[in-house]
Design a protein around this ligand. Structure first.
Ligand code: SF4
Ligand code: SF4
Length: 109
């Protein structure tokens, strides 16, 4: 209709440049417990039945490191994504959340 004012919708702010993994990880802090919340239950299974040691690949925080005949579990840096709970092909990882007040802390900005 003539004379009608056209109301414009508010425009979203310009998309910010996406942050790199390193920039995102800078926002993470950890309040590690003294005891691990992650346990590889049977190292023998890792040694004999898991040639690719796939947890050392899919864990985004590189918590699992295979050292000759044992698995080192750097639980202090766990992102609590839960992938190892379902990703181990032998259900050989016992995964629970860290005790209250411990674990990952996200800083926003
Ligand atoms: S994925 Fe499971 S079985 Fe394989 S190395 Fe890791 S903990 Fe062991
Ligand atoms: S929960 Fe995620 S970050 Fe933590 S050990 Fe498992 S795969 Fe790695």
């Amino acid at each position: 209709m003539e004379g009608d004012e056209v109301m414009s919708e508010p425009q979203p702010a310009a998309a910010s440049k996406s942050a790199s993994i390193e920039e995102k990880q800078y926002l993470l802090r950890f309040n590690a417990d003294t005891q691990s919340h992650l346990h590889v239950m049977d190292t023998e299974v890792c040694m004999t039945s898991c040639p690719d040691k796939i947890c050392t690949i899919f864990c985004p925080a590189e918590v699992y490191k295979w050292e000759d005949i044992r698995m080192h579990v750097g639980y202090e840096g766990c992102h609590e994504c839960g992938s190892c709970r379902i990703g181990c092909p032998h259900q050989n990882i016992k995964w629970v959340y860290p005790k209250g007040g411990h674990g990952i802390v996200f800083r926003l900005g």
